[in-house]
Structure formats: structure tokens, C-alpha cells
Design a protein around this ligand. Structure first.
Ligand code: AOF
Ligand code: ZN
Length: 357
């Protein structure tokens, strides 16, 4: 059983973890407690190639100071020599008597730290604040499992499923509340994907903004996919992050490359062609649809061909949440065959909060 002091320390470690960047490695925090329960040191992981959280915390202590202490860590201490040495060994060598951690390391390479610690006589406890820790590294864990980032495909549509009028005009189908919601979700993504066609026709900034147009603190990296050139004066070239251009239609290759750059969460907001392509390829983990109570008619559909020739092939989704935003609705849904999806909306189902992680 973890003590109240250890649970508090774990909450502190979770806060510390968030100071580190999202990227190739998980965000991890650590707190070292004296036998009396006082905080001796705190640490967090600053990204691939830098010391792990436990080692960062231990490095602040004099030799021998950690003897008999308890290390509270948000992830199972690693057991591998990667870019740095094994944390389990560093804890053993520092004389740490007890390790409390939240989540098992999901990678084959780094797992096994808990066993190694136990074998060395260290008292080990896991599962403390596990839900919060899992939410924190949810996208990183997904990336380890699937080899690609989590993909949200977003579009806005009229009640009759149109994304634009006959002349191509599409601003604004939905109202200000929906727009605010979109920008908040953009800010939670590591990258935002648009097609070259949409970049040419709409000239989107692909930034996450507040109501007054100012930039939100976190900006997703703009990713432009497709064959045509992007104009030298395109708005996206003024994005705070340099855009990544992929002159290809191979979305799997794009996602694999983004994963290699530490992109864990992708927001696809690139128009019907790109949205349809992600769905056709089975690459959407989440569908985010804003529905406005307007009718447009005509042929400018929110989605084109997604590979459904017959109703038996229709892509079944499970609705995670439905929310009113002003006059509009936002629906979050997941592919019915996605086992990582949260429980369907029901009497006791929580709203989808994964985006808040
Ligand atoms: C820990 N503490 O703070 C982190 C861990 O190749 P490296 O050295 O960068 O190791 C990366 C792996 O180590 C990563 O995939 C994950 O399994 C684990 N991360 N482990 O004990 C930490 N960041
Ligand atoms: Zn480690």
C-alpha cells in the first residue's frame, strides 16, 4: 500500500512530468522521499537523449544521501541501456530502499525494471495514480503499440453533410463556440495536417488561436501533404513552426516519418480529400465532426470516396460524446473496431476527456 505522503509525491511527480516535452520519449516525473517522508529531490525527463526522471532527481543529491529513501516515479524505472543507462540500476546503486511507480513501461526494450529492483531487494509498489499517469502518456503508449501517431480527422459540415457551397465558399458553416473548440483541440495536437489543395484554395494559417486572434501557447507543427506546390506567400509559411511538406499521397509513410520526429498526436483538418484519404486507409483513430443547423445541398460533400462500395462495408463508428456548442453540435466518434476507444456513450459513460490529457 502506498502511504498518503507517497500518493501526494506521485501527484507532484505527475506535475513535474508535464514540464518535459512531448516527443520521442514519454513525459516522466520523479520525487525522492526521505525515510521520514520529506522531499529530498525532484526530477523530470527533458526529452530523448537527456537523463531520465529518476536520474535527474538523484543527480541533485550528494553521494549516499539517497540511501534508504523512497523513489516515487510516474513510469516503471527502465531496465535498458538506450540513450542513457538503466534507471533501475541507478536506483539500486544509490541505495534506494523503496520504489513506488504508476505505470508499467510498455516497451519490450525498457521493461523489467521492477523485477530487477525486487531482485536487488528493493521494495516495489506499482499502480499508484495509474489512471492519471496513463492519461498523461496515452498518446506515447499508443505510438509504441501502433508505430504511428494518434490521428483525429476533423471536419465541419451542414446538417446535410456538405462542407462548402457550390462556389466553394465554406466560411463559416459553424459558429464561434465551435471555432473556439476547434482551436483548443488544435493546441492539443503535435501536428496539424492539410492537403495541398486546401492550402491553395483556403490559405489556412494552421495555427491554434484564441478569440482575439492571438496565438495559443502550444502550436501544432503544420504538415502539408500532396503533389501541388505551396505558394511562397502562403499563410502557413508564417506559422511559428516551419511547415513540413510531404509531396506524396502515401499517408502511412507520412505518419511513420512524423512518429520518428516524436509526433504523438495528429489533427487532420485538411479538407474533404485528405479527410477521405485518412478514412479510406483506416488511419483515423477518432472522428471529430462539427454539425451546423444549416442546409447547403449540392455536390460539395464533407467526405468523398472512403472505399465504401456497398452498405455492408460502411464504416461503423462508436459515439464517445455529443456536445452542444452554441447552435452547433460536436460529435466525437471512434471506429467500432478500435479497441483502444473509450466506452460508448451511455448512462454511466464519462465524456471523452482523452484530448485533455
Ligand atoms: C525511465 N525514466 O524518465 C523515462 C523512461 O533511449 P532512452 O534512454 O531515451 O530511453 C527511452 C525509453 O526509456 C522510453 O522508450 C521509455 O521506455 C523509457 N523512458 N524511463 O525510467 C524516464 N523517460
Ligand atoms: Zn530510465
Amino acid at each position: 500500500m502506498a502511504s498518503a505522503v507517497e500518493i501526494d509525491a506521485m501527484r507532484r511527480a505527475l506535475l513535474l512530468a508535464r514540464r518535459g516535452p512531448r516527443g520521442l520519449n514519454p513525459q516522466v516525473g520523479a520525487v525522492i522521499l526521505s525515510p521520514a517522508g520529506d522531499v529530498l529531490a525532484e526530477g523530470f525527463h527533458r526529452g530523448a537523449g537527456t537523463p531520465h526522471a529518476e536520474v535527474d532527481a538523484l543527480s541533485q543529491l550528494a553521494s549516499g544521501e539517497a540511501r534508504g529513501s523512497t523513489a516515487v516515479v510516474t513510469l516503471e524505472p527502465c531496465n535498458h541501456t538506450g540513450r542513457t543507462g538503466p534507471c533501475a540500476l541507478a536506483l539500486i546503486e544509490a541505495g534506494v530502499a523503496r520504489v513506488v511507480y504508476a505505470l508499467d513501461d510498455p516497451t519490450d526494450a525498457a521493461a523489467g525494471g521492477a523485477d530487477r529492483l525486487r531482485a536487488a531487494g528493493v521494495d516495489v509498489e506499482n499502480g499508484v495514480e495509474a489512471d492519471a499517469a496513463a492519461a498523461l502518456v496515452h498518446d506515447w503508449v499508443t505510438l509504441q503499440r501502433t508505430g504511428r501517431p494518434h490521428v483525429t480527422v476533423k471536419w465541419a459540415q451542414s446538417l446535410d453533410g456538405r462542407a462548402a457551397a457550390a462556389d466553394g465558399s465554406s466560411q463559416w458553416i459553424t459558429g464561434p463556440d465551435a471555432r473556439r473548440d476547434v482551436h483548443a483541440r488544435r493546441a492539443q495536437a503535435d501536428a496539424i495536417v492539410a492537403g495541398t489543395g486546401t492550402v491553395r484554395s483556403d490559405d489556412p494559417a494552421l495555427t491554434a488561436r484564441s478569440d482575439d486572434g492571438s496565438l495559443l501557447e502550444h502550436q501544432p507543427v503544420p504538415v502539408i501533404v500532396g503533389a501541388s506546390e505551396t505558394a511562397p506567400d502562403a499563410a502557413v509559411r508564417r506559422h511559428p513552426h516551419a511547415p513540413l511538406f510531404y509531396a506524396t499521397h502515401d499517408l502511412r509513410a507520412v505518419l511513420a516519418d512524423l512518429a520518428g520526429r516524436g509526433v504523438q498526436r495528429v489533427f487532420v483538418e485538411g479538407g474533404p480529400t485528405v479527410a477521405s484519404a485518412f478514412l479510406r486507409e483506416g488511419l483515423a483513430d477518432e472522428v471529430l465532426v462539427y454539425v451546423a443547423p444549416v442546409l447547403i445541398g449540392g455536390s460539395r460533400l464533407a467526405l468523398g470516396d472512403i472505399g465504401v462500395a456497398s452498405i455492408a462495408d460502411a464504416r461503423r463508428l462508436v459515439v464517445a460524446s455529443i456536445q452542444n456548442l452554441g447552435d452547433d453540435l460536436v460529435i466525437v466518434a471512434h471506429p467500432a473496431d478500435d479497441r483502444s476507444a473509450p466506452a460508448p456513450l451511455g448512462a454511466d459513460a464519462a465524456p471523452d476527456t482523452r484530448g485533455d490529457a
